[in-house]
Write a protein that binds this ligand. Sequence first.
Ligand code: KG4
Ligand code: ZN
Length: 347
Amino acid sequence: MLVLGLETSCDETGVALYDTERGLLSHALFSQVDVHVEYGGVVPELASRDHVRKTLPLVEEVLQSAGCSAADIEAVAYTAGPGLLGALMVGATLARALAWGWGVPVLGVHHMEGHLLAPMLEEEAPAFPFVALLVSGGHTQLVRVDGIGQYRLLGESLDDAAGEAFDKVAKMLGLPYPGGPHIGRIAERGDAGRFDFPRPMVNRPGLDFSFSGLKTFTMNTIADCRQDDGELSEQDRCDIARAFEEAVVSTLVIKCRRALEQEALQTLVIAGGVSANARLRAALDKALAKMGGRVFYPAPAFCTDNGAMIAYAGAQRLQAGQVDDADTRVRPRWPMEELPPLSGSPP
Ligand code: KG4
Ligand code: ZN
């Protein structure tokens, strides 16, 4: 089954063609970073308008690069939530209009399920059951995954998501939006021994996270380091970025290890924008190797938002017979545990 996937939940327009027999045929992405950078964050209305401009040209692009025509498409999948209401509506109405015009089924996909299944696009895909750490701009969740649609939330952030904390700390350090990759870059030049930031909630039992205290601690450290002119020295910025990154990474590693022990599992999947972080990947690889387990990641291009993960997740469900009814519904908030299980197992 050849499925067109559309992702428009936030500030990236992602489009892809996934074939259940041949795999991923093509994908294209337009990042709106330049649209939002001057505001220091995503402006929802600007995001919606840009999705309107970019989605159809990207559909044409993926068809062309896959050597397919619209007549070959057998189903359409789009992100139905969670995300920004207006941005989701653009993808939903476009997907449904295309599917209607082509006379093919259409299905709204859960954005975090897309992230969660993105490692399945790799040659060496993880086998169920596993524990997934979902770390994006809006979510920090540990989930037990027994199959597609069989999700049990083990823990989540009680306040800021990990990516959100990266973005806010980056802003405090005068780095552009989105801040995660910039923190990673300058942390490389930081002195790991200079500051010791707290690891939030690791001494309490359970698998929930909280990053707002760490954010405040970082803000206070920045205030203490300011020079007479109110600026931070370049070395201070790098050292603070390093200490913050180390604290987030070791908190995530401790909770992943705890979740795996609790569930008696040895396979960890990590997905979402923060899973692109090199220090996190290295630390998780090391921790899992020690446990005799293994970590699976999406390819770097599929860690952050993209159309391929939506085409893939949609294809699994469409192939199992799931389709939308005639109403267009998007869900800015949507607990993943509400998703129905998939009958049969993925190919
Ligand atoms: O999954 P994603 O593209 O969008 C959401 O669904 O939210 O995640 C975006 C988040 C942003 O907060 C961004 O700063 C963070 O992922 N991020 C990173 C890195 N790359 C992206 N955080 C830390 N290190 C990175 N290399
Ligand atoms: Zn995302």
